[in-house]
Design a protein. Structure first.
Length: 249
């Protein structure tokens, strides 16, 4: 049986895919202003891409900004993400700093935390368990901005992240042709059928756009949309995504 979990008023992994809107900004005041804007829009949850924040390595400032974000978002859950440069993010971070950021976010009350699962590290499962013990749910993630692996490799990646003990697993890949997009969709259907945790997938760029609007068909539990500035190639504006889900889900 699929393991769903609750964050705020959302049951993650159940029903219509949840719409997540990233907050991408350098300055605290801009981050808070964006949160106020998104709070009244039809987003289910918000991702803070902290790798864009100018004071990202000042832990006290991160916690203060996180506190202000949660206050302004009201009941919308927060996904805390530091996307490393190796996975397409805005900054590099040594492992100790990366781990400290995630632990600080869990202590600061972030309901969801993104943990990069690759390259494989014997301590990743322990890290995930520690964040869960601190009260956060964990989305294990893997991003490939260069290619789309085979169906078998993509499903193996998702299974590996499930074995790490994550509450949900996420895979994003870059297509070079239509077949790559179809392969990602097939891997998603297979993973949704076989894994016990919610699955989130996407094929990036304009070519992979269809993968972002058919989550209810493939079983992908979350869709990313943007307000103002997107955080990844191929994202759809929030209002448009909400209308798509209303029409087709």
């Amino acid at each position: 049986m699929k393991k769903t979990f609750q964050v705020g008023n959302l049951i993650f992994g159940e029903g219509v895919p949840k719409i997540c809107v990233p907050v991408v900004a350098e300055k605290q005041e801009v981050i808070w202003k964006k949160a106020e804007e998104i709070a009244v829009l039809p987003a289910d949850l918000v991702e803070w891409r902290v790798d864009f924040y100018e004071d990202v390595f000042e832990m006290e400032e991160v916690l203060r900004t996180l506190e202000g974000l949660k206050k302004r978002l009201g009941e919308k859950p927060l996904l805390f993400t530091f996307r490393t440069r190796g996975e397409g993010g805005n900054r590099a971070a040594d492992p100790e700093t990366y781990d400290l950021l995630l632990k600080s976010a869990a202590r600061g009350g972030a309901e969801l935390i993104d943990v990069e699962a690759y390259p494989k590290n014997g301590k990743t499962a322990e890290k995930i368990a520690g964040l869960q013990d601190a009260g956060a749910h964990v989305i294990a993630s893997s991003h490939d901005f260069q290619r789309t692996p085979s169906i078998e490799e993509m499903t193996d990646r998702l299974r590996y992240m499930e074995r790490l003990g994550a509450d949900a697993v996420k895979l994003a890949v870059m297509p070079s042709g239509n077949q790559d997009v179809l392969n990602l969709l097939q891997a998603t259907v297979t993973a949704e059928e076989k894994l016990s945790v919610p699955v989130v997938t996407m094929s990036m760029g304009s070519l992979g756009l269809v993968s972002r609007i058919c989550g209810s068909l493939t079983g992908s539990a979350m869709i990313f949309a943007y307000v103002g500035e997107s955080s990844a190639p191929g994202q759809i504006p929030l209002e448009q995504m909400a209308e798509i889900l209303k029409a087709f889900c």
